[in-house]
Design a protein around this ligand. Structure first.
Ligand SMILES: [Zn+2]
Length: 266
């Protein structure tokens, strides 16, 4: 048992495992903190790289008006994404899913749950694993969007970058876009409806790596609470729902989930 788990306490982990094992309808909600331990660089902190703010790049207007900036931004993010692997937390969660009925609702677009072989993943903000054509809606693996020469990042830094044919649909020549929700776009209807339905029916709700401040993260767990669900929050920082939670753990998601998994399978 490692230091972090010692601090959380054996009794607390045992109580959580008992409730987890007895849950009829388990829903796990994950935010950015879930992927931190994978070492995915935060694009907001890539200082000096972006000529304009990332928030103004993640829009359809940027795709139309500043396509070089838009495509470089997403190519950079997609390249970094495929460079990292699911972490201990993703792996433990996927293993725990084998124990029974679990739906994962995620705000992350990194696809790391699926790459850890998790199933029943509802992606509220879409996915960077795929891209699609604006014209014919053909869908491709997002790695197809990456330039086929090695100097593209350096070219961007030098101010010589132009987007190329990799950003065009090979079937119709239309512009490709990432399969994520851009600023100003609505959440995908189907994913949202699924998230609400599952949250409403949950009897055990687990929040991982979300500060629960921004909508819709601050809404879905409350649906579960209204249903009388037990709430477990694992997050580095306090959240507004801590006082409603059965258990709050301010510690590493990977360590805690691994401890839960080990006890569940022992
Ligand atoms: Zn097309």
């Amino acid at each position: 048992m490692n230091k972090e788990i010692m601090e959380v306490g054996r009794d607390k982990i045992a109580a959580i495992v008992k409730a987890w094992a007895n849950a009829k309808k388990l829903v796990v909600f994950t935010g950015a903190g879930m992927s931190t331990e994978s070492g995915l660089p935060d694009f907001r902190s890539a200082r000096g790289l972006w000529k304009v703010g990332p928030e103004s790049l993640a829009t359809m207007a940027a795709l139309r008006q500043q396509p070089d900036e838009f495509y470089f931004f997403y190519q950079w993010r997609i390249a970094k994404l495929w460079d990292v692997a699911p972490n201990q937390g993703h792996q433990a969660l996927a293993a725990l899913q084998q124990k029974g009925n679990m739906v994962i609702i995620t705000q992350n677009v990194d696809g790391l749950h699926q790459r850890a072989n998790a199933e029943n993943v509802v992606e509220l903000h879409g996915s960077l694993r795929t891209i699609r054509c604006l014209n014919c809606y053909a869908v491709y693996d997002s790695r197809e969007l990456l330039p086929q020469y090695s100097t593209w990042e350096e070219d961007y830094r030098q101010g010589n970058y132009c987007y190329g044919d990799e950003c065009l649909c090979s079937q119709c020549g239309g512009l490709l876009r990432p399969d994520v929700v851009l600023f100003g776009e609505n959440l995908p209807d189907k994913a949202w409806e699924e998230a609400v339905k599952h949250s409403r029916n949950a009897d055990f709700y687990v929040v991982l790596g979300s500060s629960l401040v921004v909508s819709p993260a601050n809404y879905l767990p409350q649906l579960a609470l209204q249903n009388g669900a037990k709430l477990l929050i694992i997050n580095q920082e306090p959240t507004p729902l801590d006082s409603s939670a059965t258990w709050v753990i301010n510690s590493s998601i990977g360590s805690v989930l691994s401890a839960i998994k080990d006890k569940m399978f022992s």
